[in-house]
Design a protein around this ligand. Structure first.
Ligand SMILES: NC(=O)c1ccc[n+]([C@@H]2O[C@H](COP(=O)([O-])OP(=O)(O)OC[C@H]3O[C@@H](n4cnc5c(N)ncnc54)[C@H](OP(=O)(O)O)[C@@H]3O)[C@@H](O)[C@H]2O)c1
Length: 322
């Protein structure tokens, strides 16, 4: 039988983001299962008091802090796996991080995914996924290099993180109980809570694989639930006690919105329009088969329970614009 390995020395790049924070906290809670857990402090980024406090919490929890730039080979030395929960404007740096990591001896990467299956429908050609697709292509290219046949990666695919599905970016105004949706009431998307997405991510780090049978190149699909927009608004109405006034728009009208945003150089608006197209065309509906049964100890939380929880949480209420 081919030699099985797990990922034991872990570096998180992008620890201060919404997903990165939850990932670091989860690693801390399972620290004893790893040889080394660390987070990357990108010294080119602005320092804030919030970040200083967050990093102190991580250090107190037993994570190492590694400081430097994405081109510093030394900073990446001694790790077998780098996870990159980077935000929209940083996703483009991943090929550089991968090349530096490879030089330092890293042989496994979790690129910034935690989203839709990029091979589904027309996702691969959508603007929002451009840098995610380029990153996959870069990994696949480096994986063909003669000196790195052992280069592996893990793609965590889930559809949409449930907490994000009901924010302004996706057309929902919780303060005024109105919504502008590109698509139809029957349109579906797959939703998984961030906590469950990260719980699955940690399990995959512990999931043994072998390089011999290509098991080091792992696309996982984890499914929570796939409600329609109508079901989502029914939940919101039940939880908030308010009726939502929802306007459904022709999906393809977002093409023009995307082009307009591009013409004026508004990247965030361009990404928003791209997301509307992806969503309206069913791109965030996770195709089967799912891999949940590999980790039967995780029972994804229901959409109702996730929404109820976040509407009760003061910080999350702000995030929801409520
Ligand atoms: N499927 C979904 O519904 C969904 C929802 C949310 C996120 N995600 C995915 O999860 C991943 C992480 O997202 P997130 O929302 O957690 O990200 P985020 O909070 O926006 O940012 C994550 C990290 O990126 C860094 N960063 C941001 N802009 C940067 C820049 N210009 N240069 C260098 N670093 C920068 C941040 O560092 P600073 O603290 O220094 O700014 C932070 O550490 C992404 O792949 C995203 O697509 C998916």
């Amino acid at each position: 039988m081919a030699l099985q390995k797990t990922l034991d020395a872990i570096l998180v790049v992008g620890p201060s983001g919404m997903v990165g924070k939850v990932l670091c906290q989860a690693l801390i809670s399972r620290k004893s299962e790893f040889k080394r857990i660390a987070f990357f402090n990108d010294t080119s980024r602005p320092e804030t008091e919030e970040k200083r406090q967050l990093f102190a919490t991580f250090r107190n929890g037993g994570m190492e802090q590694v400081s430097g730039l994405y081109t510093d080979t030394e900073a990446f030395t001694g790790f077998d796996c780098v996870l990159m929960p980077l935000g929209n404007h940083a996703i483009k740096f991943q090929p550089t991080i991968i090349d530096t990591g490879i030089k330092a001896g890293v042989r496994h990467f979790y690129p910034s995914e935690w989203g839709a299956d990029l091979t589904a429908g027309s996702n691969r050609t959508q603007r929002y996924y451009r840098d995610k697709v380029l990153t996959r292509e870069h990994l696949e290219k480096r994986g063909r290099d003669e000196d790195t046949p052992d280069l592996g990666w893990t793609y965590i695919q889930l559809g949409r993180l449930a907490e994000w599905s009901i924010i302004k970016h996706f057309g929902i105004d919780n303060a005024n109980h109105t919504a502008d949706i590109y698509g139809t009431p029957e349109g579906r998307q797959s939703l998984l809570s961030t906590a469950d997405a990260i719980a699955y991510t940690i399990e995959t780090l512990r999931h043994p694989f072998s390089v011999a049978d290509n098991g080091h190149r792992r696309p996982y699909r984890f499914h929570g639930a796939s409600p329609t927009w109508k079901e989502i608004f029914d939940e919101l109405e039940a939880i908030t006690g308010h009726r939502y006034s929802v306007t459904y728009h022709d999906v393809e009208s977002a093409v023009e919105k995307e082009a307009r945003a591009k013409a004026v150089g508004d990247v965030d608006l361009e990404l928003e329009a791209s997301h509307q197209l992806i969503q309206g065309r069913g791109g965030t509906l996770l195709p089967e088969p799912f891999n949940n049964n590999l980790f039967p100890n995780i029972h994804p939380e229901s959409v109702h329970s996730i929404f109820e929880k976040i509407f009760r949480d003061e910080n999350m209420r702000k995030f929801l614009g409520y």
